[in-house]
Write a protein that binds this ligand. Structure first.
Ligand code: TXA
Ligand code: MG
Length: 330
């Protein structure tokens, strides 16, 4: 991982403190940040991303003690999660305090907060000393970005400053858990699985991430989608390869995200060398989708092994949206 000295990061902290935007790396994906109390700067995030105003932003803090000013109360459930998982890839939804602007929350009475576990994000947030609102650093609806180059490519039309922090090691947006009411709910699956949350809480949690009821504004929108048509093939290796040879030879230059070796006659990117290496596969997902866009691929095909791995479900959550349900289950 790239490291940055405090001196190097001070200019980015100053940029944020003066009402500017900065793209910074986190352990999940890159974020497009502004100081949360600066309404105009936060509005600029929506403009740069082309994001609908009603889709609220997550606040990022360097230290869990900063949460108390942002929320009405810290429920017992949230305390347990903060102790167990912060700093880390878990976002917690609270009842917001008056200090948090409606511009950040899209008018909702709740606010999502996270304390990232990434040395550059942590140093930057410490230098700023205030909560930083940051969605993923991608154009609205497009794949998230997990590297400096991908963030730069997607935001090239804007003049935002970007910190080069190498590759985001996890590669998937944080798990979002709602602790704003008595009934704890999962709003977005991520690297911290629902079972781990349940173990810490000592009770079962409702998975509201795929329910009919829309609890998170982001659930309704098109998301993570590359320009080309994405097809996801889920199955055992031999079945996937049979499907590829039956269906893809007639198609001009399909771009493949493959596991293990590349099927002969095709081009693309290896996502993992081993079938069950879901950490690697997850970490490479957005790199692959952004690369497919860079190559102007019209037909994108992604191999996913059938698995009971805990990352399978968060991965499929993103892929169902990215492919608009274009999933072949073998
Ligand atoms: O890993 C991450 O969470 C990354 C990095 C940069 O921290 N951020 C991220 O932000 O993924 P974004 O804006 O791309 O996704 C945040 C999701 C959206 O679906 C949004 O609707 C939801 O969280 N959200 C934010 N505030 C909410 C609230 N008060 N109630 C319900 N959902 C909320
Ligand atoms: Mg996003």
């Amino acid at each position: 991982m790239h490291s940055k000295s405090v001196m190097e990061l001070q200019q980015f902290a100053d940029q944020l403190l003066s009402g500017g935007l900065v793209v910074f790396p986190t352990e999940t994906v890159y974020g497009l940040g502004a100081v949360a109390s600066h309404d105009q700067a936060v509005q600029e995030i929506f403009r740069v991303k082309g994001r609908p105003q009603h889709n609220p932003l997550i606040l990022h803090v360097a230290d869990p003690t900063q949460v108390k000013d942002l929320v009405n109360e810290i429920p017992e459930s949230a305390k347990k999660f903060m102790d167990a998982f912060w700093p880390g890839p878990l976002t917690i939804c609270f009842q917001k305090s008056e200090q948090v602007s409606d511009v950040v929350t899209g008018g909702l009475p709740t606010v999502c907060v996270r304390c990232p576990d990434h040395p550059i994000a942590h140093k930057l947030l410490s230098l700023v000393g205030k909560a930083v609102a940051a969605p993923s650093a991608n154009m609205s609806g497009k794949p998230s970005t997990t590297s400096f180059v991908d963030a730069q490519d997607q935001l090239e039309h804007s003049s935002v400053m970007i910190i080069d922090g190498g590759v985001s090691p996890l590669g998937l947006e944080s798990t979002v858990v709602d602790c704003s009411s008595e009934h704890v709910r999962l709003l977005r699956p991520g690297c911290i699985g629902i079972e781990s949350l349940e173990e810490v809480l000592g009770e079962l949690i409702e998975d509201a991430s795929r329910g009919e009821k829309i609890l998170s504004p982001g659930q309704t929108l098109e998301h993570y989608a590359p320009e080309g048509e994405l097809t996801v093939i889920v199955g055992d290796r031999q079945d996937r390869r049979n499907w590829i040879s039956e269906h893809l030879f007639s198609i001009e230059e399909p771009y493949l995200g493959y596991i293990g070796s590349c099927p002969e006659g095709f081009q693309g990117i290896q996502l993992a060398s081993e079938e069950n290496d879901f950490e690697k596969l997850t970490a490479q997902l957005y790199k692959f989708l952004n690369q497919a866009d860079r190559e102007k691929a019209c037909k994108i095909v992604l191999e996913i092994p059938k698995s009971s791995h805990s990352l399978f479900s968060p991965l499929m959550n993103r892929l169902e949206k990215a492919s608009q349900g274009n999933i072949v289950r073998l």
